[in-house]
Design a protein around this ligand. Structure first.
Ligand code: GLU
Length: 288
């Protein structure tokens, strides 16, 4: 499949660990096997947590693993105009509204007695109770939290589906309008200090980079449902998704960036080889 384009999209907010190595190697190997392309994207919209030193370490670790990628590397902090244009478009179509709720306001609204119904949790936390929801008019406020009006979005999208290529899940994954309404709700598409959000940026950039296959951890499976909806709303092409198993620590816990003990840099310092890393994540048998 020569037209295959995949990517690795880390955030430079901490060291890469074994889970990242697994994701990057799977994507790179897939592109190599298909004679396709492998791209890198630095997801640095959270400027309060992104650091140039982490970015430099990402390049160094990936090179050490034997991965190479095309230049120039896309950096999300350079992509604000594209995100703003998409927000303008959604705003003009009445699909966004500003929200001034704090986390506490949301918790309080959700804790109001509701006949024993416990509030649903979506990929980004509790499903928003809709306190600020209205159809605003006039220009889009800057530096505001903007939420997607899910009910209005579903009038355009309805049920969605995508193709999953991971062998244990392979097939067509459908999300019903009802599941979007009750399990995801009015998600935030622009955060105050960022001017965008992970969900919005990732779909715009996957489309801009012509990504045909997205390789990501199973922890992002629910986020993918949001991405499919945004692609429909914004008229963007839909890649094939491959949600890979998560690399867990010895106690079965998922590795997170803060688990520096699992950082690739640590294994490197201890003398591990790239082949050892491939073995650790189950991509190569020991002794090869
Ligand atoms: N930057 C995100 C991460 O590091 C995104 C990955 C993705 O969207 O596939 O988890």
């Amino acid at each position: 499949m020569a037209g295959l384009v995949t990517r690795f999209a880390p955030s430079p907010t901490g060291p890469l660990h074994l889970g990242h190595a697994f994701s990057a190697l799977l994507g790179f190997d897939m592109a190599q096997a298909a004679g396709g392309r492998f791209l890198l994207r630095i997801e640095d919209i959270d400027q309060t947590r992104s650091r140039p030193a982490w970015e430099a370490q990402i390049y160094d670790d990936l090179r050490w693993l034997g991965i190479n990628w095309e230049s120039p590397v896309m950096r999300q902090s350079d992509r604000m105009p594209a995100y703003q244009a998409a927000l303008d478009d959604l705003w003009a179509r009445g699909l966004l509204y500003p929200c001034s709720c704090t986390r506490r306001d949301i918790e309080q609204a959700l804790s109001a007695p509701q006949e024993g119904v416990s509030p649903a949790h979506g990929p980004d936390g509790p499903v928003y109770p809709g306190t600020c929801r209205h159809r605003p008019t006039g220009p889009r406020p800057r530096d505001a939290v903007l939420r997607l009006n899910m009910a209005a979005a579903l009038q355009i999208c309805g049920d969605t589906c995508f193709t999953e290529s991971a062998s244990d899940l392979a097939g067509t994954i459908t999300t019903s309008a009802q599941a979007y309404q009750t399990g995801i709700g009015d998600i935030v598409l622009a955060r105050r200090e960022m001017g965008t959000s992970y969900h919005l940026s990732v779909v715009i950039d996957d489309a801009a980079q012509g990504i045909s296959h997205v390789m990501r951890g199973a922890d992002l499976f629910e986020a993918t449902r949001i991405h499919i909806l945004l692609q429909r709303l914004l008229g963007l092409p839909q890649p094939v998704y491959h949600h890979h198993r998560l690399i867990r620590d010895d106690s079965g816990k998922r590795l997170a960036k803060r688990d520096d003990a699992r950082a690739l840099a640590k294994y490197r310092a201890e003398g591990a080889t790239p082949a050892n890393i491939r073995q650790m994540v189950g991509l190569q048998k020991a002794g090869m």
